[in-house]
Write a protein that binds this ligand. Sequence first.
Ligand SMILES: *Cc1c(COP(=O)(O)O)cnc(C)c1O
Length: 341
Amino acid sequence: MIDIKQFVRHNILSLKPYSTARDEYHGEPLEVYLDANESPWDSGFNRYPDPAQKLLKLRLSEIKGLPMDHIFVGNGSDEAIDHCFRVFCEPGIDNVVSIAPTYGMYKVAAAINNVEFRECALGGDNFAFSVEKLLAMSDAHTKLIFVCSPNNPTGGSLGRGEIIKLLKAFHGIVVVDEAYIDFSSEKSLSSELVNYPNLIVLQTLSKAWGMASLRLGLALACPEIIRIFGQVKYPYNINSLAQQTVLSRLSIDISKQIEIVVHERDMLYDYLSKSPKIIKVYPSDSNFLLVRVPRPRELYNQLIAGGIIVRDRSGVVGCEGCLRITVGTPEQNVRLMEIMR
Ligand SMILES: *Cc1c(COP(=O)(O)O)cnc(C)c1O
């Protein structure tokens, strides 16, 4: 087994993390809390939240089929993305390799952390993924490889086998963003965490789980990485309202909603593929479709006039002429199809 400590920045390895009042006392709950300079009057909000998010992680652990020490929860996936840079990349020295086009946040987080961001173009007209090309762009200072599968904005999966090839071949950390995994026909790479300590899987409650406004992102990784992320995060990164609300909503069965979205996506794929307004619809393993059209701005405005907002991705390199359309409710999709007719 490789030791992931070799990839961690020295200042992070020697970090003495902040210890909260709640970290210091580990006994049973008592009647009087005079340890955290909180207000003594119960407002429902006067106490600091659990910095370790134990109840929430316990439930997530059941849902994800992973021990609690393999789970980090952050203020959206964005927090976990930032921790990847802060923990592993020495600013001005290390670099990161990723694919293009992909989710824009990796590049922004790299820039904020002063880390060089190398983009490996997905190939040809079908956004083909090449592990060899990705590895060829890496060097001794490449600490992270960021991939996204199913990929945003292209919609397709990169292939489990290919990502495992990458995990085997790359001497560094491989981050796999699985924000759309719940809509995918491929299963999560989180089952590979036991085999690859250099794997970080990012997931989110913002898409299939319908909790975008609550801001809850997950990093699934080996206990060593989770422990370090826990030291780097803000002590109270998830507020008590979010912890409680997410916990209660995790008992809702979302499988039917996912089934509908997947069915509607495949139906829209067929419908849009036949539309004379559209050059190409890309195969999707997610809850959106990327479509290439002759005049994207014209179609975008036509949809706006019909009361529908989609994402114009035509300015993104590799996505020339493309709009990204999220799958809506069956009624919303009918409305979309009427405008596309
Ligand atoms: C939507 C999305 C996320 C979710 O980010 P949150 O901060 O958890 O809301 C993460 N990655 C990708 C690729 C996404 O498209």
